[in-house]
Each structure stands twice: as structure tokens, then as C-alpha cells.
Design a protein around this ligand. Structure first.
Ligand code: NAI
Ligand code: MG
Length: 340
């Protein structure tokens, strides 16, 4: 199984190389036959050559690399994030990775809430423009675009996955009172698709009131499904409930082709880049999600155990209250993996 590795910018270039030895060790130990190739797509290449996602990249990934591990994109020298959109949105749309799965385990609990975000349409559809008077835009428009086909296949996949994981409750996050056209499309499809899953009880919440309830008490929630922007925002609340951005990871999947991209939820963190203190927990969790997806949950389990145990010690990075570095934390994780 070949894996494409894109460390990217800032701390992406620190946490991704730090977690690769764990992937290698687990691959060898469980005989998974994994190999990987590193791609240099990111800010440096963009600034030097104006190349974001190279022209042949999508074909190459689609044919040879069923799994992609990405660090983060973002560089203060490219304030409009042109390269990031080219690469990340290019991968999501080009490989039709329309399901974004972002599990989070609220601190103090042991139950993982499964959050699914639609990943290709909605307010990220790239439809819109500006009308300028003189030098300044007078009107700016970003359209929220959803097709029934995408909402249907997205919700059907989410409900099937939730049901197979033994979860019984699923909440649709929407705002159909104020954003009625796409909101009602989502509600209609959600109710229709739920009928095919008698074991699942559905509820619907407005995104604002949902955020309020989630922060106050996440315990009633088991599965959450949301459109692109709402899912993006809610997932950062999920990361906060876990204990920080350095912990959360996501998988972007095309269920039809099986192609998938795994990444930490955090960005390139220019404020701490180059200091060796970035928390590699989220990137390692992205590796665990990848192992699950490739059909090797037995290899993902010891990694999750080692991460959780190491995070409780002083080798944890400063964002978790420890005195460790990216390197000492992963050294601790590797020691535990070798013993496990
Ligand atoms: P960020 O996630 O990079 O950082 C937010 C805060 O969390 C910072 O204080 C940072 O130091 C801290 N943090 C994040 N990850 C951490 C880790 N692993 N260990 C310890 N502390 C960590 O978000 P920010 O600052 O808004 O964005 C920075 C750049 O990253 C921007 O260019 C942004 O566009 C980009 N970005 C890229 C994403 C991606 O590639 N998927 C996602 C989010 C932002
Ligand atoms: Mg986000």
C-alpha cells in the first residue's frame, strides 16, 4: 500500500516527519506492506515556481496512492493562502473527497463523538464574485451551493457508518430558518435517508443553539452531520473540548474510490514553527485514522494507547502542560509502541 506524504508548511514539516517512524514501525510489526513517498508541495515551491498542486498530481494520486498524509498549509508570506487553496481544495475537489470525518473525544470522557462534514460544496463551492466601485469591492458574494446528489450520498454514507459503529443518535446541524434553500434540502434528505436506518434516532438543531449545547454538555451527542462551513466551525469546538488543536485529526474520504486524505485539524502555526515544540499528537492521530481506513484497526489501537499514555507524562508538549518537545514526545510514544 503506497502512501503519499505532504508535510506542507510550518509545523506540518515538523510533526509529519516526527510521526513517520511510528507508521513504519506499525507497518513492519503488523506486516502491512506500507511504503511512502514525500511530496514537496507547499509554500516554498509556490514562492519559487508558482506551482501549488502540480498538473499531473491528481492523476498520480488517484492511480497510485489510496492514502495521503498531509501536515498543514499556510505561510505568512502568502497572506491570501493562494497555494493552500490550490493544494488543499484542489485535492478535496479533484479527488472528490466529499466526506470529512472528524472524531473527537471530550476531555474527561471516553466516548468519541463522530462528526461528519460535507467537504466539497456549500459556501466552499467557489461560486461568487465582487462588484467594485473604484478600487474597493462594493458588493461581495459567496454562494452556498448544494446538489441533492451530493447531500444524498454524503448523508447516506454518514448514517451507514454511524449505524455500523453501533451509535444510536445522530444530529443534523443546520440553519434552515435563516438559510432556507440549502437548509431545507438538507432537512428533507436527512429525514428521507434516516428511514433506511431504523436503529438511528435523528434530531435537528440550529447551528447556533447546537454550539451552545455542545460546549455546555457534549454527552448527549453521538453522531453529528453538517454542511461544509458549519462542520468546519463545529469541529474546532470539538478540538477545544478534546483539550486543544494539537490533538484533533480528520479524514477526507471518497467512499466510491476509497481514496482518502488524513491530516491534523490544526494549521501551520507560524507562531511556534521552528521551535520544536509543536504537538505531534494530532498528526499521529491522523496516522491512526489512516490505519483504520486501510483496514488495520489492530495497528491503530496501540498507537492511540501510546499517544494517550505519553500525553499524560511530562514528555508532553507545552500546549498539554508538559515540558517535552515534538521529538521527546514521539520518542516516548515509540518506546511504548516497542513494548506494546
Ligand atoms: P493554527 O491551527 O495554525 O494555530 C492556532 C493556534 O494553535 C496557534 O497558537 C498555534 O500555535 C496553536 N497550535 C496549532 N497546532 C498546534 C500543535 N500541533 N501544537 C501546539 N500548538 C498548536 O491556526 P492559525 O494560526 O489560524 O493559522 C495558521 C496558518 O495555518 C494560516 O495560514 C492558516 O490559513 C493555516 N491553516 C491551515 C489549515 C490546514 O492546512 N488544514 C487549517 C487551519 C489553518
Ligand atoms: Mg478549520
Amino acid at each position: 500500500m503506497r502512501i503519499a506524504v505532504i508535510p506542507g508548511d510550518g509545523i506540518g514539516g515538523e510533526v509529519v516527519p516526527a510521526v513517520l517512524p511510528a507508521l513504519e514501525l506499525l507497518g513492519d510489526h503488523f506486516g502491512l506492506g506500507l511504503s511512502y513517498r514525500i511530496f514537496d508541495w507547499g509554500a516554498e515551491r509556490w514562492l519559487a515556481e508558482r506551482v501549488g498542486l502540480p498538473p499531473d498530481a491528481l492523476d498520480l494520486l488517484a492511480s497510485d496512492y489510496p492514502a495521503i498524509l498531509l501536515g498543514a498549509l499556510g505561510d505568512p508570506r502568502i497572506p491570501d493562502m493562494a497555494h493552500g487553496r490550490d493544494i488543499l481544495l484542489g485535492l478535496r475537489r479533484g479527488l472528490d473527497l466529499y466526506v470529512n470525518y472528524r472524531p473527537f473525544t471530550p476531555r474527561g470522557g471516553d466516548r468519541t463523538i463522530a462528526l461528519f462534514r460535507e467537504n466539497t460544496q456549500g459556501l466552499y463551492a467557489g461560486v461568487g464574485g465582487t462588484v467594485s466601485h473604484g478600487r474597493h469591492p462594493a458588493v461581495a458574494i459567496d454562494e452556498c451551493v448544494y446538489t441533492r446528489e451530493t447531500v444524498e450520498k454524503f448523508l447516506r454514507y454518514c448514517l451507514r457508518t454511524l449505524s455500523e459503529s453501533g451509535r444510536e443518535r445522530v444530529t443534523l446541524v443546520h440553519k434552515s430558518n435563516a438559510v432556507p434553500h440549502t437548509g431545507r434540502l438538507w432537512q428533507g434528505v436527512f429525514r428521507a435517508e434516516l428511514a433506511g436506518f431504523p436503529g438511528l434516532v435523528g434530531s435537528e438543531e440550529y447551528v447556533d443553539s447546537f454550539c451552545y449545547h455542545l460546549v455546555r454538555d457534549p454527552s448527549p451527542y453521538e453522531g453529528i452531520v453538517a454542511s461544509n462551513l458549519f462542520g468546519d466551525i463545529v469541529s474546532d469546538i470539538g478540538a477545544a473540548l478534546m483539550g486543544g488543536l494539537g490533538l484533533a485529526a480528520s479524514a477526507s474520504v471518497c467512499p466510491e474510490t476509497g481514496c482518502a486524505l488524513f491530516e491534523p485539524v490544526h494549521g501551520s502555526a507560524p507562531d511556534i514553527a521552528g521551535r520544536g515544540i509543536a504537538n505531534p499528537y494530532a498528526a499521529a492521530t491522523a496516522v491512526a485514522l489512516m490505519l483504520d481506513h486501510l483496514g488495520h484497526p489492530r495497528a491503530a489501537a496501540p498507537l492511540r494507547r501510546a499517544l494517550a499514555a505519553a500525553a499524560r507524562t511530562d514528555s508532553a508538549t507545552p500546549d498539554l502542560g508538559g515540558h517535552g518537545t515534538t521529538g521527546t514526545f514521539m520518542a516516548d510514544v515509540m518506546k511504548r509502541l516497542e513494548k506494546d
